[in-house]
Design a binder for this molecule. Structure first.
Ligand code: UFG
Length: 336
């Protein structure tokens, strides 16, 4: 029998791509999503790609009883937990909403796992837990600095909660620290669906190219980098999805070396904002309307991953170039 995996937030950006990858690897997937930052049509798109309609439950993870009811009947072999709010700026304005959603949701799921003897859990973490790291590339042993935002705090706290969870209840957890996820599925049937004005670079780029936004602002060209703009590690979303399948296999095959393992997921290569723009223009044959403005508050100079631990332990390597990410991001935008 196929193993049954719960994907919370499975209709969201990384979640939906991971659901596709899991189904294509033979897993049976059940999705919980409260549709607070996702759309129901994604469910049909997933089944258009894979030929399998995932089981879907529109549950709010803050509702303890609903979560418990679900787990009592569902018979799950593992959980991949994406469901969380993720806008840095919004988290500064509404910190309590972030703690309530991201922490209570996590604790409810963990408690239900404990009650129902479910052992395997994968957590969506972020390179944001490192803050401005002292040296590049960033490896998993880099110190966790004071968080820059309530959003970042929820990821740091999430990992701390998991530390205690594995040791008290004998569970197995992998925390995946994503760098900057970009691009869309090659089918252009699923991709990122930002609500309102995008905060992140690539959706702002594609919306500017589509004429939805008049101009892209490049936040700062006075950073100490090769062209003055900030450096990030842009990782293709389907490569990220693939890492979740590998992490899950590792847990189910009991190949993990510690009860709580942490992996960076990035390309290992940093790109400047201007390099991203140039790549987007080149591969799609477009000119982007952009201008340089001042730095954005809270931004760091650079972050890119040392991804060797994921290569060594998970057998995961990113396969997709920034060119291909930028091409798929535009193909997806054109369908919207
Ligand atoms: N940028 C622009 N113009 C824009 C948007 C972004 O120049 O309109 C620049 C930023 O200043 C930054 C780079 O593009 O230098 C990337 O910015 P993003 O907002 O796309 O991503 P961040 O690196 O700020 O990512 C952070 C955290 C992630 C988190 C994400 C959520 O590192 O963990 O915010 O918004 F998921």
């Amino acid at each position: 029998m196929n193993k049954k995996i719960l994907v919370t937030g499975g209709l969201g950006y990384i979640g939906s791509h991971t659901v596709v990858a899991l189904q294509q690897s033979g897993y049976e997937v059940v999705i919980i999503d409260d549709l607070s930052n996702s759309e129901l049509f994604v469910l049909d798109r997933i089944s258009e790609i894979t030929g399998i309609q995932p089981d879907f439950h529109p549950i709010d993870l803050k509702e303890t009883e609903a979560v418990n009811d679900f787990f009592e009947t569902a018979k799950i072999d593992g959980v991949i937990h994406f469901a969380a709010h993720k806008a840095v700026g919004e988290s500064v304005e509404k910190p309590l909403m972030y703690f309530r959603n991201n922490i209570l949701g996590l604790v409810n799921v963990l408690e239900a796992m404990k009650k129902n003897s479910i052992d395997n859990f994968i957590f969506s973490s972020s390179c944001t837990v490192y803050g401005q790291a002292d040296k590049m590339p960033i490896d998993e042993n880099a110190p966790i600095k004071k968080a820059e935002s309530p959003y970042a705090k929820t990821k740091q706290m999430g990992e701390e909660i998991l530390e205690d969870f594995v040791s008290a209840y004998d569970k197995n957890v992998i925390s995946l620290r994503y760098f900057n996820p970009v691009g869309a599925h090659p089918s252009a049937l699923i991709g990122e669906l930002p609500k309102g004005i995008p905060n992140n670079l690539v959706p702002f780029v594609t919306q500017t190219a589509a004429g939805i936004r008049e101009q892209l602002s490049v936040f700062g060209d006075d950073y100490p980098t090769r062209d003055g703009t900030a450096i990030r590690d842009y990782i293709y979303v389907c490569d990220l999805a693939d890492a979740h399948v590998k992490a899950l296999n590792r847990l189910l095959e009991k190949k993990n070396s510690e009860p709580l393992e942490v992996f960076n997921l990035g390309t290992g290569v940093g790109s400047t904002v201007l390099e991203v723009i140039k790549t987007f223009e080149k591969v799609n044959g477009l000119n982007l309307n952009y201008r340089i403005v001042g730095r954005r508050a809270g931004d760091i100079t650079e972050a890119f991953a040392d991804n060797r631990k994921a290569a060594r332990e998970l057998g995961w390597e990113p396969k997709t170039s920034l060119d291909e990410s930028m091409r798929t991001a535009w193909e997806w935008q054109k369908t919207l």
